[in-house]
Every structure is written in C-alpha cells, then in structure tokens.
Design a protein around this ligand. Sequence first.
Ligand SMILES: Cc1cc2nc3c(=O)[nH]c(=O)nc-3n(C[C@H](O)[C@H](O)[C@H](O)COP(=O)(O)OP(=O)(O)OC[C@H]3O[C@@H](n4cnc5c(N)ncnc54)[C@H](O)[C@@H]3O)c2cc1C
Length: 465
Amino acid sequence: MVGVAQVEQPVPTSATPDRHRVAIIGGGASGVLAALQLLTGSDDTGLCVTVHEATGVLGRGIAYGTSDARHLLNVRARHMSAFADVPSDLLDWARRAGRDPDPLGFLPRMDYAAYLQDTLAAVADHRLTISAGRVDDVVPVPGGFELHTRDRVSTAATVVLAYGNQKPQALAVAGADLAELPGYLPNPWDLGAIRALPADATVAVVGTGLTAIDTVITLLEDDPGRRAVMVSRHGLLPFGHIEQQSTAWVTQVPDGPLTADGLAALVRAQVEAARLQGVDWRNVVDGLRSSTQAIWRRLDLDERRRLLDRYVRDWEVRRHRMAPEVAERIDGYRRAGRLTVVGGGIADVDVRSARAVLRIPELPEPVLADAVVNCTGPLTDVSRSDDPLLQALQARGLVVPDPLRLGIDSTPAGEVLGRDGDVVPGLLAVGPPRKGTLWESTAIPEIRTQAAEVGGAVLARVVAR
Ligand SMILES: Cc1cc2nc3c(=O)[nH]c(=O)nc-3n(C[C@H](O)[C@H](O)[C@H](O)COP(=O)(O)OP(=O)(O)OC[C@H]3O[C@@H](n4cnc5c(N)ncnc54)[C@H](O)[C@@H]3O)c2cc1C
C-alpha cells in the first residue's frame, strides 16, 4: 500500500530546482491520478515526482477516506477507472482484489481508495517520493518553486495543485454563528464525531446533498434510537440512479449564442422528447456529460451567473445521484419516521438545556437538536478560505479566485492564472479547483482526463527545457 511516507531530505533554500522534479500538492484522487500519468509516461525522461500529502496516506482524500463501508460511490464502477483509455481497469482490480466486479454496481468508496493505492504501488519506483505533511507556502524562485512545510523546504520546477475540496464554510443563521451551538460539528467528514453521538440523539443535518446523505447513513444505521432532520433552503434530495437503460441518449445542443434560459428550455424539451420514446430523463442528463464543459465555456459570465442562480439546484440533484441501495436506505428511514427532510432553511437558533433549538418555518415545532452537522458542501470561494496554502498562494498573487468564486482562475488546459491574468509558468491544477473554468471538474471521469492532459504538458515541459 502506498501509505508509508518516505521522508524527504531538507534541501538548502538556495538550490536551483531540478527541471525534472515535479511536486504534486495533495495526495487524494486528483494527486494520485496525476502521479500515475507522470510515472507511466516518463520512463526515460528522468522525471521525479514528489506527492505532498497532509495525512501521509495517498488515495483517500475526503471522498474515499470514509471509514464507513455503506458510503458508496455515486458513479457506476465501469466509469471510475483511473485511466480513460482503459475503462476496465477498476473492474479488473476488483476481480483480483475479491471485490464486486459488477460494471453497473456502486463500490464502497473506501474500496476505491484501495484501488488507487494499489494502482500507484504497481508503478511506484525510485522516481516517486511521498512527503507527509501539509505544504503551507509555495515561493517562486528562478527555475521553479520552493515548497514550504512546517519543518522543511524542497524545490520543484513544476508544481501541480491537487488540494481538492475544502471544508464547508462556517454557518450563520440570522447573524448567529452556529459554531457557538452545543454539539456543533463543523466537519461532516469527521465520522468519529458522528459515531460518538448519543444512541438516542436528535441531529440537525444542515444540507441535503450527498455528504448529508452519508452523514445520515452513519448516524442512523448504527443506532435505531437516533433521529435526523435534514434541512436546506430548497429541501431537495439527490435523485437515485435506476437500472441502467441500454438506450444511450445523445443530448444535442445546437451551435450559436447560448443563454441559461435557452439551455434550460432545451434540456426540458429533450427530457420530454426522451419521455415520448420511453427513455428516462437520467439518460438526457448523462447525455450532456461529455459536452458540459464546452457548454459552460460557451456561456458568458452573466449567463453562467444566471445558470447558478436559477437552475443549479435542479441540475445538481439530477446530475449527482445516489446509488440505488443508498436511496433505499434513505426512503426506509423516512418511512420509519426517523428522518425528516425539509426546505425553507433555518429561521433562527437558540440554546435550551445544552441543546440547540432550531426554528424551521416549514416544521410546526422547533427542532431540539443534540448536534448540528454542517453538510453544506465544500467551500469554493478561496478568498474566504482559512487554509494557509491558499492564503499564501493568493498573497503572492500566484492564484486568484475565478470570477464566480467556484475555484481558482485557470486556462481550460489547467495552467494557473496569477493576479496579473497571465499563466504562472510551471504551476498547474487538477480537479475541483478548476470548477470555475470547466464547471464539470470534480468527479473521476473528468479528473482522470485532466490528469492525463496535465501529465502530458509537464512531460513536454521537462523535455523542452
Ligand atoms: C463525500 C464525497 C463523495 C464523492 N464521491 C464521488 C464518487 O463516488 N465518484 C466521483 O467520481 N466523484 C466523487 N466525488 C467527487 C470528488 O471531488 C472526486 O472524486 C475526488 O475525490 C477529488 O479528489 P481530490 O484529490 O481533488 O480532492 P480531496 O479528496 O479533497 O483530496 C485532497 C487531498 O489533498 C490534501 N491536501 C490539501 N491541501 C494540502 C496541502 N496544503 N498540503 C498537502 N496536502 C494537502 C488533503 O489532505 C487531501 O488528501 C465525491 C466528493 C465528495 C466530497
């Protein structure tokens, strides 16, 4: 398993970066996929890769670091290969590793971490170094960058940012900071804190997306005495996947000027056309997947903003769907009266007898909660992040938020754009940070393609220099 850190030797800060040395910041899925591409494409280039991972364990990150086997992938196994050009790679691994090799199935997410670790281990050699520890600063120097962690400085000619998803932003209701509430849990991915709640706890889960679904499963599955109230402004749960239909639907978007309203009307019309042919709407949504990035880039900034304001919720609950087994569990909790899902948001909060009292306009009685879990989704506005690396990169002008605050400004090819609007030579990004430029940039099918492109660009750069 690629989990054991090889400790890097400190280097003098005056050392000129070796042009062959690439540093990847973040060892979640994005960092591992980028490392795989660099190692498999670079036999005779002399390239060396250091993956800096805060936890020291690669392949997990937020998504696949869950310790709950009931947290499933929300994408079918046949679409989750690490390599776009070897679609069977995950299924072959599953067969070898004694996991379920069903191409239409949804594997436990922790199995996906094992797959990434095994796949990297199979190509890892002297060219790969794993550096355990958080990178706090990246300093441009002639020929590349210095990377600063708490106790050492290293250099690299090229840096790939793969820092992934951030914790949710702090919650406030009517001016009150929810962090002040008793039982407030700011990190929904801290399953230890959720498991430690009392067996008869009533828990307010703020958010109704896929992370909130995970929280509810960990919370309710183990202790039948627990109850949960999921609350968000819209109160919409993700839809479930259904049996895969054999009919593939190619969702056409004609050339020419495009607006958010026009796009929404077009998708509605396609859904209706599909329905008339007995094809489920899910095929229309999935049929847009390969062109989503191009569509996003055709919209001007105002239209992108309108898309986010008017349509994003309806899109997200259809696009990011639950595995059928997960949807069944959620239905079961609701039927048993253990889970309430409600929209309209929280009107105000109070504290009574060490419990949080949440007034939710759509419920007749206030919710008396033993705990409140922030499941509002990753913070995307880097200008509001308290992450030391993101703060340092912005202070140095090496990264800026994209105009919609969905990530960092970058070119479609993943080159990072600095404060002056120019490409920062040698600084690239993979994964969720590129959402503002590409919109679809957070799931494996897109990330593996980005990793391959960035890998190619890095290798070309090494050879050219
Ligand atoms: C709960 C959840 C479930 C998901 N399920 C799926 C799914 O089923 N299928 C799918 O395709 N997509 C899924 N996704 C989408 C997900 O964004 C991607 O699949 C992928 O996991 C993103 O990986 P990442 O490495 O970019 O980010 P992350 O998983 O956030 O990993 C980033 C890593 O970088 C490290 N790091 C961050 N900053 C530093 C630093 N300064 N120094 C050193 N290390 C650092 C972190 O410790 C972490 O390990 C899910 C997302 C979430 C949040």
